[in-house]
Design a protein around this ligand. Structure first.
Ligand code: BGC
Length: 421
C-alpha cells in the first residue's frame, strides 16, 4: 500500500514539474466558471462560450450546479466564497450581482469596459446590474424575458389554430386542448417556475400594475383587487397541468410540448433553446407568443458573468479576457441564437436569429422605448433575493391551492413582502 502511494506521489510530483502546477489546481490562464446551464439547450449554448474561449487560449474549469433559476447555484456560491475559494466568474442575475458587489467580493472590469466602449452599447436597464459604484463588475451575455408562451403548432391547429391574445382566448385554447385529450399546460411544480408564470400573469394585468406591485413593492398593489385577480388566474392555470407536474424540471416540461404530449409551456425564452436543440422550427413546429395581454411589454432577466476577486496578474488578465470575449458582438450573436435569448448589446445584427429571436430583439427595443421594460421578479431583476423568495412562497402556495381564493393569496403576498424588506 505504502509503495502504491509513494509511486502515485512521484507521478504527481513529475506532473507538477512538467506543468508547473500543484495537483488539481487550475492553470493561471484558466477561468473557473460557476453556472446552472445544465439542460440540453443550455449546455449547447455553454459550449459556444467554452469553444470561443478555447480559441483565445482561455482554459475552462467547469462548476455546474443544476437547478433552473439558479437558487442552488447561489447556495453553492455562498459556500465557496465563505470557504475563501471564490470561482473566477459566476453566472448571476440582477440584484444578486449588486449584493455581492456590496460585500466587496467582486473584481473590477472597468479598464476593459472603457477600452471597448461597453457604456455605449449595453442598455441602461442592464447596466444597472453590471455596474456598482461606477465600476463595471459583470459582463452581460444576454437578455432573456419571462413573459413568453411556447405552443406546439399541431396542438394549436387542433385547438382552432389562433394563438391567444387575451386571457379569455388563452383559457379557451387551454380548454380546447384539454378536450382534445392532451395536457394543456406543461409545467414543472418548482417555486421558480411557478413564479416565472406569475410574472406573465401579473404583467397581463397591466404595465402600471406590474411596476407598482413588483418594482415599487407598493403594499396597496401587492394586496389589492388586481393582485387578487392575478392569483385567481394563476389558480385557474393550475387546473390545466398533469398529475405529475410536481417537482418536474422545466426542460422536461418543454419536452412535453416538443413531442406533442402537452399543448403549451409558459416559460422564459431559454425554453426556445430546447426546441432548437430538438431541431424544431418556429412557425412550423411551434409558435412563440407573448403571454396573452402582455404584447409590447417585457419582463427581462439578463445572465451576467460576475467576476470575483482573484489574485495575481495572470488570473486578472484571464478574467478580463473572458469578459472581453463575452462582450464581442460576433460571439453575442452566435451564443444567443443557441440560448434563445437576445444579445445584451444593442448593436448586434438580427440576421442569424430565427423568427422568435428576431421578435425577442424587436420587443426588447420597443419595450425599452415605451417604458414597458421591467425586471423579472421571478428571476431576481425586480427586487433583492429576500423579497423574491417571499413572493416564491406565496405564489407556490397559491398554485398548490393553499389559499381560499386570490384575495387571500394577495393579502398573504403583501404581508410576506413587507416582512422581507
Ligand atoms: C437563466 C437562464 C436559464 C434559466 C433556466 C434563468 O434564470 O437566466 O439562463 O436558462 O434560468 O435554468
Amino acid at each position: 500500500m505504502r509503495g502504491f502511494v509513494g509511486r502515485k506521489m512521484t507521478m504527481v510530483a513529475a506532473l507538477m514539474a512538467t506543468t508547473g502546477l500543484a495537483a488539481g489546481m487550475a492553470a493561471a490562464e484558466d477561468v473557473e466558471v460557476l453556472h446552472w446551464w445544465t439542460s440540453g439547450g443550455e449546455a449547447a449554448a455553454l459550449n459556444v462560450l467554452k469553444d470561443d474561449l478555447a480559441t483565445k487560449s482561455i482554459g475552462w474549469v467547469d462548476m455546474p450546479v443544476a437547478g433552473g433559476g439558479g437558487e442552488a447555484a447561489m447556495t453553492a456560491l455562498r459556500a465557496r466564497v465563505t470557504a475563501g475559494d471564490s470561482p473566477t466568474a459566476v453566472q448571476m442575475l440582477g440584484f444578486d450581482i449588486l449584493d455581492w458587489a456590496g460585500e466587496g467580493a467582486l473584481g473590477d472590469l472597468t479598464e476593459v469596459a472603457t477600452a471597448e466602449g461597453w457604456d455605449a452599447v449595453v442598455p441602461a436597464a442592464l447596466q444597472g446590474f453590471s455596474k456598482f459604484d461606477g465600476k463595471w463588475i459583470a459582463a452581460p451575455v444576454n437578455v432573456h424575458s419571462t413573459n413568453w408562451v411556447w405552443i406546439n403548432k399541431a396542438a394549436l391547429d387542433a385547438a382552432g389554430g389562433k394563438a391567444p391574445e387575451t386571457w379569455e382566448e388563452l383559457v379557451a385554447v387551454l380548454d380546447a386542448m384539454k378536450a382534445n385529450g392532451i395536457t394543456p399546460f406543461a409545467h414543472g411544480g418548482q417555486a421558480w417556475q411557478d413564479a416565472t408564470v406569475f410574472d406573465g400573469v401579473v404583467l397581463g394585468m397591466g404595465t402600471d400594475f406590474y411596476k407598482a406591485a413588483f418594482i415599487d413593492l407598493d403594499p396597496a398593489a401587492l394586496g389589492g383587487e388586481q393582485m387578487a385577480e392575478a392569483f385567481n388566474r394563476l389558480i385557474k392555470l393550475s387546473t390545466y397541468v398533469d398529475a405529475n407536474f410536481s417537482g418536474r424540471d422545466w426542460n422536461l416540461a418543454s419536452a412535453m410540448v416538443i413531442n406533442g404530449e402537452a399543448g403549451m409551456q409558459m416559460m422564459g425564452d431559454w425554453a426556445k433553446g430546447e426546441f432548437v436543440k430538438a431541431g424544431k422550427v418556429p412557425g412550423t413546429d411551434f409558435v412563440c407568443i407573448r403571454f396573452p395581454g402582455t404584447q409590447g411589454a417585457v419582463t427581462f432577466n439578463s445572465d451576467q458573468f460576475a467576476m470575483f476577486n482573484v489574485e495575481g496578474d495572470e488570473a486578472k488578465a484571464a478574467q478580463a479576457a473572458m469578459a472581453s470575449a463575452i462582450m464581442n458582438p460576433v460571439f453575442q450573436s452566435a451564443f444567443n441564437v443557441v440560448k434563445g435569448s437576445a444579445p445584451a448589446r444593442t448593436d448586434v445584427p438580427n440576421d442569424a436569429f430565427d423568427d422568435c429571436g428576431k421578435k425577442a430583439m424587436a420587443d426588447l427595443a420597443e419595450a425599452n422605448t415605451n417604458g414597458s421594460l421591467f425586471g423579472s421578479m421571478a428571476h431576481g431583476h425586480a427586487a433583492p433575493a429576500a423579497v423574491k423568495n417571499a413572493t416564491y412562497d406565496v405564489i407556490t402556495a397559491a398554485f398548490n391551492g393553499e389559499y381560499a381564493d386570490g384575495a387571500a393569496a394577495a393579502a398573504a403576498l403583501a404581508e410576506a413582502v413587507a416582512a422581507a424588506q
